[in-house]
Design a binder for this molecule. Structure first.
Ligand code: G4P
Length: 534
């Protein structure tokens, strides 16, 4: 059947909401995800899916949930239904698992939820993840969390979002007080007060939210006179100077709607999720690269997808790899035959006979999927950024390189193993495990490696040993940031402590001991730019 006239494809695409949560560790991402499951009716009580020590979701708990309630979980995405929508939550690991994969996964999202801690505002990891959303034009909704604890002033938080992230913020609701004085939130559109009531279950069960008109005696009784004055001032200020919300500006990444609440106590969660499924876009067309330039591929076009993540050795017995694809167009069915496209060339035809969704160590074979969905494939030579498509003639946008923060020099411990070392490094760099840089002045010296998260170095060393039988020596280098140089290299004046290198695609990268050094270098080289992404 022609995909464009496939009513199931059209319906299923419209139902999908594929998103990632961007936040700094501890802002409440896990808690919010759990509440999404609670409110979708998949969990009766929250608080059971968290491995408290690691702050990560415990796979075993997910597994039993999966079996009981039909939630599909890969190590890259979780899928379930919420009010008639199919939700795909992409996993963007933070904490010590923060890596280039976290950034790359974000490119597979149609939308992001930014969770901020109301006491802390915009923190570093949020800023970095937001930069990727900006780069890729991914719309962002903001949830300011932990209002049940002492918080910063909402106006100050909104101003910080605008100043630090360079996006307009538009408050959908407005908190009254915080911590012990937290009364609830005023809904700006309806001028109602949603009253905060602590549940006796500590947020484990769904909260019934009571809404009363803002000027009703009940609302007035709940709000202290001082709070009333502050609220009146704030609301007036928002009317006069605030940004009016427009869905078009949101979808164009020019504005972020802001919601306040408390994920732990469930306060403001349900209205936020309901607004989310309405506002968040379903999968839409994607710009692709063709021989003639670029064109747009609609979700209703024949099947196409791209590889955004590769995870190696998930099953130590089989030593295989899982390639995660994000479906961009068409209906995915088992045994589909697709063209495998890389760098403009069709490498081969592949039958996708063993599509998988992954649950812990057991693999369930999946039969059908739609645009917005994530499918895991037993890797047969896929690399990050590869396109799979029923029809040849285009490929999806290449994934950017993300700003590394850790740098090291690496060499084989036994020099006779150089061949295996070079081969291993080439393969692993191709998978996006690390970025490989070479000194600009001395390109034959041992390479530098660069990564977003330090754990990536450990994984690299482990895999070189396990898969290529090469022990390596790793010496950390004293650089903390870098930038891709834009300008005439012959005119560039390196600053003390910096290092000029070339990346695998021959682009010039400059490494610096600190952000201060990077800024200093820019001042010394006013005709140059240092890009965060390449
Ligand atoms: P993360 O995934 O973004 O890293 O954050 P996570 O949800 O794990 O939340 C980090 C901590 O903040 C947790 O406490 C969690 O209970 C708490 N938290 C999340 N949302 C709220 C909120 O709205 N109000 C309050 N008061 N706390 C919140 P923890 O002590 O680290 O872990 P736990 O032992 O309580 O689970």
């Amino acid at each position: 059947m022609d995909s464009a006239s496939d009513p199931i494809l059209v319906r299923e695409t419209a139902r999908r909401r594929t998103f990632a949560i961007i936040s700094h560790p501890d802002a409440g991402k896990t808690t919010l995800t759990e509440k999404l499951l609670l409110y979708s009716g998949l969990l009766r009580t929250a608080g059971m899916v968290k491995n408290r020590k690691g702050g990560k979701l415990a796979t075993s708990d997910w597994m039993s949930m999966e079996q009981e309630r039909g939630i599909s979980i890969t190590s890259s995405a979780m899928q379930f239904e919420y009010h008639g929508h199919v939700i795909n939550v992409l996993d963007t690991p933070g904490h010590q698992d923060f890596s280039a994969d976290t950034y790359r996964t974000l490119t597979a999202a149609d939308c992001a939820i930014m969770v901020l801690d109301a006491a802390k505002g915009v923190e570093t990891q949020t800023r970095k993840l937001f930069a990727v959303c900006k780069l890729r034009g991914i719309p962002v909704l903001t949830f300011i969390n932990k209002l049940d604890l002492p918080s910063r002033s909402p106006l100050e938080l909104m101003a910080e979002v605008e100043e630090v992230l360079g996006i307009q913020a538009s408050a959908i609701n407005w908190p009254i007080g915080s911590g012990r004085e937290f009364v609830g939130v005023a809904e700006r559109a309806t001028r109602e007060l949603a009253l905060f009531e602590k549940t006796s279950f500590g947020g484990a069960r769904r909260a019934e939210m009571r809404k009363v008109p803002l000027d009703s005696p009940e609302a007035q009784a709940a709000i202290q006179p001082e709070q009333r004055k502050q609220l009146a001032e704030d609301l007036e200020m928002l009317e006069v100077a605030g940004n009016p919300f427009s869905r078009e500006a949101f979808l164009g990444s020019r504005i972020t709607p802001v919601f306040f609440g408390s994920a732990l106590t469930n306060f403001g969660i349900e209205p936020f999720f309901d607004a989310f499924v309405e506002l968040a876009p379903p999968p839409s067309s994607r710009e692709v690269i063709t021989a003639a330039g670029s064109e747009s591929v609609e979700p209703s076009a024949p099947f196409s997808a791209y590889v955004f993540k590769i995870q190696a050795n998930m099953n130590p017995k089989h030593r295989d790899q899982m390639a995660f694809i994000r479906i961009c167009s068409g209906r995915f069915e088992r045994d589909l035959v697709v063209k495998h496209v890389r760098a403009g060339a069709v490498l081969r035809e592949v039958r996708l006979s063993r599509p998988q969704t992954l649950v812990a160590r057991d693999r369930n074979t999946l039969d059908e999927a739609f645009p917005g969905d994530v499918v895991g494939l037993i890797n047969a030579g896929f690399a990050i950024g590869d396109t799979l498509a029923v029809k040849a003639g285009f490929e999806h946008q290449p994934l950017p390189q993300f700003p590394p923060e850790h740098f090291a020099r690496i060499e084989p411990a036994d020099l006779t193993k150089r061949k295996g070392f070079d081969k291993g490094m080439e393969t692993l760099a191709g998978e996006g495990a690390v970025q490989v840089l070479r000194s600009y002045d001395n390109p034959i010296a041992n390479p530098f490696i660069a990564a977003v998260g330090r754990l990536q170095f450990e994984v690299l060393q482990y895999r070189l040993k396990d898969e290529w039988n090469v022990e390596t020596l790793l010496s950390p280098l004293p650089y903390a940031c870098s930038g891709w140089l834009q300008g005439d290299i012959t005119q560039f004046k390196p600053t003390p402590g910096s290092q000029v290198a070339k990346d695998a695609r021959g682009r010039i990268v400059v490494l610096f001991p600190s952000e201060w050094d990077r800024q200093y270098c820019l001042r010394q080289n006013p005709d140059f730019q240092l890009l965060d992404f390449a």
